[in-house]
Design a protein around this ligand. Structure first.
Ligand SMILES: C[S@@+](CC[C@H](N)C(=O)[O-])C[C@H]1O[C@@H](n2cnc3c(N)ncnc32)[C@H](O)[C@@H]1O
Length: 294
């Protein structure tokens, strides 16, 4: 089979599953990954023969796409903040809105020297790795409850040549007490944290109807969902924990549920955070918030 025929076969097999522009884009991504051909090279090599092994890889990818598996899991990697990250079904696929949160933190902290950052619910490690890369003076810790997610995050720290200390822990079970000794199980040294960031699970079960099949069937529910009646569970717990372990004037940044901006702001304010800033993403949705502790 030649490349031109493979493209026709691929497009026909995915007809009705996705819009044509998306199918074309999948084909070009796979061509780059399997054949090492950039988009322009595909057009210049349409008569090139496809070897059996490459054909098999396209066929397998095709079947996974027909099953609505995200292309990033099929390729095994994705880009975030200009860096390449490994992804698999144990981790959430990094989202563009999270890049906006990272940009905010970098901008706020780039002039500071020797800061310590903790990323709670690190998943693929995208936030922690991007921060470590762009704030080379920062000491970065990253925590997740999922051993499988942490394995991916560690690969991503290595892939991007940054040093991050990973912690396996359930943030909901961490002891919050004025006696900071009780937090020593975190192994965070003297716990002198300047910045805490978290993009915790925040999608309410009731919002499932608005989600697409490829997210619902393939991305980890542990990373996504919270109960309808306690949607801010992680925000409350992380805000209380942050109050205890942040240095004076330390900052807490969250990515948030677009429908719960005001509630999240109120929660942080009630816990004693000041200088709160609620920020919208490029789609003008409430998407991130920061506060400072005195
Ligand atoms: C929305 S994902 C965010 C992943 C990544 N930080 C990002 O922005 O793409 C939430 C992460 O929180 C982790 N998580 C869920 N419950 C947790 C818990 N109780 N303690 C610690 N981490 C938890 C999940 O494993 C998941 O990696």
């Amino acid at each position: 089979m030649i490349l031109k025929s493979l493209k026709t076969y691929f497009n026909n097999a995915l007809l009705g599953y996705y819009p044509v522009t998306e199918v074309n884009s999948f084909f070009y991504m796979l061509s780059e990954s399997v054949l090492g051909l950039k988009r322009i090279d595909v057009s210049l090599n349409v008569e090139t023969g496809i070897e059996a092994d490459a054909y098999d890889q396209f066929q397998k990818a095709l079947e996974r796409l027909q099953n609505y598996e995200p292309i990033q899991y099929i390729l095994g990697d994705t880009e975030f903040y200009g860096l390449l990250f490994n992804v698999n079904s144990s981790v959430l696929i990094p989202r563009p809105e999270t890049e906006e949160l990272v940009a905010w933190i970098i901008n706020d902290n780039k002039a500071k020297k020797n800061i310590t950052i903790l990323d709670i619910g690190t998943g693929s490690g995208c936030i922690a790795v991007a921060l470590a890369k762009h704030l080379p003076n920062a000491k970065v810790f990253a925590l997740d409850v999922s051993e499988e997610a942490l394995a991916v995050a560690k690969q991503n720290a290595d892939k991007n040549s940054v040093n991050i200390e990973f912690i396996e822990a359930n943030v909901l079970n961490l002891i919050i007490d004025n006696n900071k000794e009780k937090l020593s199980n975190l192994e965070l040294g003297d716990l002198g944290i300047d910045v805490i960031v978290s993009n915790p699970p925040y999608v309410r079960e009731l919002e499932k109807d608005m989600m697409t099949e490829n997210v619902l069937a393939h991305e980890p529910h542990l990373a996504l969902f919270v109960a309808n009646d306690d949607a801010l569970l992680f925000y409350r717990k992380i805000t209380q924990l942050s109050k205890e372990i942040l240095n004076t004037k330390g900052q807490l940044f969250f990515e948030i549920n677009e429908y719960l901006g005001e509630e999240t702001e109120l929660l942080m304010e009630n816990e004693g955070f000041i200088n709160l800033v609620l920020k919208q993403d490029v789609f003008n949705k409430d998407r991130m918030i920061k506060g400072e502790i005195i």
